[in-house]
Design a protein. Structure first.
Length: 120
């Protein structure tokens, strides 16, 4: 068997990062998915989950602890929204910035000074 590094190099380059267009699409999917469980839709989300889980232990727990269930849904929404935005931002950043090659840190390179009074 060959290791992952050699297979990544065979496939075109040493980097295993996702192409930026694919990152944008995946980020958009995360944001759309997060919209479905948005806290502003919480009454609908909890009502639908209660109907789907009716007669089960999870349905009874949901009905008995709606604040905890709402908190879990809100945390899931925040995590999914953050993940989607993170993917979309990382796809739009400069490739040189993400790879570390050619990164400019804003410092100027000192130019060599000519000595005074000396010969060259």
């Amino acid at each position: 068997m060959r290791n992952d590094e050699s297979s990544a190099e065979r496939m075109g380059g040493g980097s295993t990062e996702m192409p930026s267009e694919k990152k944008v699409n995946r980020g958009l999917a995360w944001v759309i998915g997060a919209f479905v469980i948005c806290p502003c839709h919480l009454p609908l989300t909890l009502g639908l989950a209660g109907m789907l889980l009716a007669g089960t232990a999870l349905g009874a727990a949901l009905r008995g602890h709606p604040i905890i269930a709402g908190s879990i849904v809100t945390l899931a929404w925040a995590a999914a929204t953050w993940r989607g935005i993170h993917l979309m931002r990382s796809a739009r950043s400069c490739p040189a910035r993400t790879s570390g090659i050619g990164r400019s840190n804003g410092n100027r390179v000192a130019e060599p000074r000519a000595e005074r009074g000396g010969t060259r």
